[in-house]
Design a protein around this ligand. Structure first.
Ligand SMILES: Cc1ncc(C[n+]2csc(CCOP(=O)(O)OP(=O)(O)O)c2C)c(N)n1
Ligand SMILES: [Mg+2]
Length: 593
């Protein structure tokens, strides 16, 4: 085997079936080897960024890391946003970049010239801060070692991307016949640590009348979402989630209240803010969940956070939170030793009432005001139309908020890129999902802005005959940014209205040979539209000023979202904890029952 063939064989032996790529000089030997290998193949994308985002979806639908290949220089640099997607969401992926010949590379010249070879870029240095492993190899032994180390780094502990940069001459060098692989050593956890965790968390739950459990993506990433869910179902403890955490949960159980945060469910936010004990499993409590002043987040609660990453736990040193450093793969052992939370009757009734009032309930008004389609109605209908084993990829923007405020996930595979959140992610990710998990209904929920940013990937869908339904919630603008400008910039829609436009999507979709369906009335969004085989772009017309409701304004705790409720309703909903409300909030009251 030569180096390129070795890489193909190594990947095939790890169970990889598809490598996503856009080729170029420095990658051609590797692409050629993959093309000739009987067990592995490649899929061509029109932009490396899209290939990388598609790679992010592979683990999410198969549990195997995505593998993405690009050429040196601009090919490699185009991967960076996708690499960030993996890094921030802890998703494993392997990147293999071609590099100029060693004999041309500046590293051998002993100089600090910007570039010696053509299309040479030090991609390893560029991606170091957003990868678990990044290495340029200069010998065959290093190549063999880097593939093992990179693969293992990506797929263990807090997972993430690995990048291996391979000069062209190494790709052609003879390497022998044996492929080397050694699985990682899993560090056994000390029992002492578990005992300490039992004690701390049991004390937290014992002392509590108003417990809440917050789930992040960690349980799903560690593959224990099912076990955690069974534990939660044993009691009536209210359960809330981050967006990414909610993706792994079968939400069909009485305790589930919805997502919390800036764009969270009103009822879920009330419950969290009124708790006296909060157990956080695998969530990094980012600023969309815990915005502004951390002291305003669950202010009456003792908080205990379980997370795999010590650095995440260090964040809470000033907040007085209890912490347990632990790979949530061990969650079953932890939960075994925990008492079942026992909420007081008053707390269970309170949470149950809030759930009835807010979970899956559309409280938005703007679409009604404009007599236009409500995005919430579209997502509510999607709940009823979608297959139980469908894959749904959600993009960025108001679209994401509408989806997570209204979608009721049971057994579907649902995901968005939570941490990096680049517009256009979902279109490319759905392609990765449809290729890696064929035969399942695959749906994209995306805005008009997101759709335009990687629109060229319609060609990839066309080329491989992928059956993907792309639902554009088309408000003819960058809606989420416009809503921000409405609040803080007197509705000056700079670069969101002025300078931004939407082309004739029907003509574009037609040019790629795909089906276009326009939805001007909610009835036109039907089982037939979703069920007709073959890719389709379903363009749903919204009013340009359709809002995200509810949404938090800056400086408010998450239990006081816009549109504001009356002081009386606010006090009733927050009856366990006293929250001061500035006069300007009371003056902006828009809904009351
Ligand atoms: C690559 C990238 N550039 C810019 C942004 C900032 N951004 C976040 S949402 C958004 C607008 C999205 O518009 P659209 O897809 O139409 O969704 P809407 O908010 O209208 O539902 C922008 C530009 C981003 N998230 N990613
Ligand atoms: Mg839009």
């Amino acid at each position: 085997m030569n180096g390129a063939e070795y890489i193909a064989e190594f990947l095939a032996q790890r169970g990889i079936r598809d490598v996503f790529l856009l080729t170029g000089g420095a990658a051609t030997f590797m692409v050629d080897a993959i093309g000739r290998h009987p067990k592995i193949d490649y899929k061509c994308f029109q932009h490396e960024q899209a290939a990388a985002m598609a790679g992010d979806a592979v683990w999410r639908v198969t549990g195997r890391p995505g593998v993405v290949m690009a050429t040196s220089g601009p090919g490699a640099t185009n991967l960076v946003t996708g690499i960030c997607c993996n890094w921030f969401d802890s998703v494993p992926a392997i990147y293999i970049t071609g590099q100029v010949n060693l004999k041309h590379a500046e590293i051998f010249q002993g100089t600090r010239v910007r570039q010696f070879g053509f299309q040479e870029t030090d991609i390893v240095e560029l991606v170091k801060s957003v990868t678990k492993y990044a290495r340029q190899v200069t010998t065959i032994d290093e190549l063999k070692e880097a593939l093992v180390e990179g693969y293992n780094a990506a797929t263990t502990g807090r997972m993430g991307p690995a990048l291996i940069d391979i000069p062209m001459d190494l790709q052609q060098r003879e390497v022998g016949d044996t492929v080397f692989y050694a699985p990682p050593n899993r560090q056994p956890r000390a029992n002492g640590d578990l005992a300490v965790a039992f004690e701390a968390i049991n004390r937290l739950l014992d002392d509590s009348e108003r417990p809440v459990v917050l789930l992040g993506a960690g349980c799903g990433l560690a593959g224990v979402a099912g076990e955690v869910e069974s534990w939660l179902r044993q009691s009536s403890v209210p359960v809330v989630a981050s967006w990414s955490g909610s993706c792994y949960l079968n939400q069909d159980f009485p305790g589930y209240m919805g997502c919390i945060g800036v764009y969270g469910n009103r009822g879920a936010n009330y419950v969290l803010q009124n708790a006296d004990a909060l157990l956080v499993l695998g969530s990094r409590l980012d600023t969309r969940q815990r915005p502004g002043d951390p002291g305003q987040f669950a202010p009456d609660a003792k908080v205990h956070v379980v997370d795999v990453d010590e650095e995440e736990l260090k964040k809470y040193s000033k907040d007085g939170y209890g912490t347990t450093l632990m790979d949530l793969a061990d969650a079953p052992a932890l939960l075994n030793g925990l008492k079942t939370p026992t909420p007081s009757a008053a707390w269970s009734t309170y949470a149950g009432d809030l759930k009835k009032q807010f979970y899956g309930v559309d409280i938005s008004q703007s679409a009604r005001r404009h007599n236009s389609i409500s995005p919430y109605a579209v997502i509510e209908k999607l709940n009823r139309l979608v297959n139980k084993d469908a894959t749904i990829a959600i993009d960025c923007g108001a679209t994401t908020c509408w989806f997570f405020q209204m979608f009721h996930r049971t057994t579907q595979t649902v995901f968005t890129n939570g941490g990096c959140a680049p517009i256009s992610y979902a279109l490319s990710a759905a392609i990765g999902a449809a290729i890696s998990r064929p035969g399942k209904q695959t749906i994209v929920i995306i805005g008009d802005g997101g759709f335009q940013s990687n629109i060229q990937e319609l060609q990839t869908i066309s080329e491989y005959g992928l059956d993907i339904k792309i639902i554009i919630l088309n408000n003819y603008g960058y809606g989420i940014v416009k809503q921000f400008q409405d609040l803080y910039m007197d509705s000056r829609h700079e670069a969101t209205g002025r300078g931004y436009g939407v082309p004739n999507f029907e003509k574009i979709v037609d040019g790629y040979g795909l089906r276009y369906v326009r939805v001007d009335q909610i009835d036109q969004f039907s089982k037939a539209v979703l069920g007709t085989p073959g890719a389709a772009v379903i363009d749903v017309t919204l009013h340009p000023n359709t809002l995200i409701e509810p949404k938090l304004e800056l400086g408010r705790p998450i239990n006081d979202q816009y549109p504001y409720v009356s002081d009386a309703d606010f006090a009733a909903a927050n009856r366990f904890v006293t929250f001061e409300r500035p006069a300007w909030v009371s003056e902006k009251v828009e809904i009351s029952d």
